[in-house]
Ligand binder design. Structure first.
Ligand SMILES: *Cc1c(COP(=O)(O)O)cnc(C)c1O
Length: 380
């Protein structure tokens, strides 16, 4: 692709993905690493990122939906794959046939896994998910004995193999949060119960990116890293990517579509929330909320253009927004590059900066970059 002719594109550096996987493996040296590639690898492209992560030593891949896991297999990706967000009637048999580890949070899911195993003629690899306090998916402690008992019975009849026991943190991105040790204790209890009942999990796991980075006692046999694999910091309090030893993999770049001088007192974009205070130069950036640029960053989102960082002037529209270049105006021409975010190494804003501007988290900034934005891969 000729990037200079491209309206907006996301440049993905697969060497950064590899370096981040290696850095995370060093942070959790006794655990295996699962690269979480759900939601199209947080907007970075599931298949290329899965391959890069495997090249750097990730032995597991994780997805939310079974469809995402099956798509990886359809692309020819081997190794262990686990998916955890099931609904009744989901593609259980396809998952069993594709050698995907499936998460089971309740009795209905165990029943569907058993039925799929019978139809497929081979055992389902299931991982029992404990709700140790997140209060989202997973089996409550009060229901654990029933689920574990049924799983052990299904294992004895040969329809399932319990390959894992796992859970997920609510507040691992807030170091020192009191729920973290409570969840770890609950996980150890639920794990001990399952093992006493005869479950021999190959992998026990609870750590996401922030726990991998800050909480070694949470690493167990496997760490599940999503955002950190893409080099983005899970929370400002944890540090910048650089401080965490990570390299941002995505840079979002656009081509300036129009540069023009407008008089003082000119309204800019829908609603006229920005009005020029003197004669100035505006640059039109051809990317909008349909591309994943958060409308909540209207008036605030930062863009590197013409050697300086300028803020979105007025509203972000569906396909475009404007920056007021002020005294830098003379240096910018239509066709110049505008960098919305990147590693920050060349003065450009970061995904974390956009998260702050939009009052959201960096997870959402990279993940919501839309399907209309081409991904351009470096170091494939
Ligand atoms: C998304 C997800 C992860 C990865 O979380 P990060 O904070 O991005 O590392 C891990 N486990 C589960 C269950 C998830 O849904």
């Amino acid at each position: 692709m000729n990037e200079t002719a491209t309206r907006v594109y996301a440049e993905i550096d697969l060497d950064a993905v590899r370096a981040n996987v290696r850095a995370l493996r060093e942070r959790a040296p006794r655990a295996a690493l699962m690269a979480v590639v759900k939601a199209d690898a947080y907007g970075h492209g599931a298949v290329p990122c899965a391959r890069a992560a495997q090249e750097a030593g990730a032995t597991w891949l994780g997805t939310a939906t079974p469809q995402e896991a099956l798509a990886l297999r359809a692309a020819g990706i081997g190794g262990r794959i686990m998916c955890w967000l099931w609904t009744p009637g989901g593609p259980w048999q396809e998952a069993v046939e594709a050698d995907i580890d499936v998460s089971v949070s309740g009795m209905w899911a165990l029943e569907e896994a058993r039925a799929a195993a019978r139809a497929a003629g081979r055992p389902a690899r299931i991982q029992l998910k404990a709700d140790t306090g997140l209060g989202r998916n997973g089996c409550q402690p009060a229901d654990w004995a029933e689920l574990v008992g049924a799983a052990v019975a299904a294992q004895a009849e040969g329809t399932v193999r319990v390959t894992g026991v796992w859970s997920h943190f609510a507040c691992a991105d807030e170091p020192g949060h009191p729920s973290v040790p409570l969840q770890l204790a609950a996980f150890r209890d639920m794990l001990a119960y399952a093992e006493k009942e005869g479950v021999e999990p190959e992998v026990r796991h609870i750590a996401n990116s922030p726990a991998t980075l800050t909480l070694p006692e949470s690493h167990f046999d496997l760490v599940r890293c999503g955002l950190a694999v893409y080099g983005v910091s899970p929370a400002p309090e944890l540090g910048t990517p650089e401080q965490l030893g990570l390299r941002p993999a995505m840079a979002l770049k656009a081509t300036v579509a129009l540069v023009k001088t407008v008089p003082a007192g000119h309204g800019v974009s829908y609603g006229h929330h920005h009005v020029t205070d003197s004669e100035t130069v505006l640059a039109l950036i051809p990317a909008g909320y349909a591309d994943g640029i958060p409308r909540h960053a209207s008036g605030r989102g930062p863009v590197l253009v013409g050697g300086g960082v300028h803020r979105v002037a007025g509203r972000v529209a569906m396909d475009q927004f404007v920056v007021d270049l002020g005294s830098d105006g003379g240096r910018v021409r239509a066709g110049d590059e505008a960098v919305l975010f990147g590693s920050g190494a060349h003065g450009e804003p970061t995904a974390e900066d956009w998260a702050q501007a939009a009052h959201t988290i960096a997870y959402e900034i990279v993940t919501r970059i839309g399907a209309r934005v081409p991904r351009v891969y470096r170091n494939a």
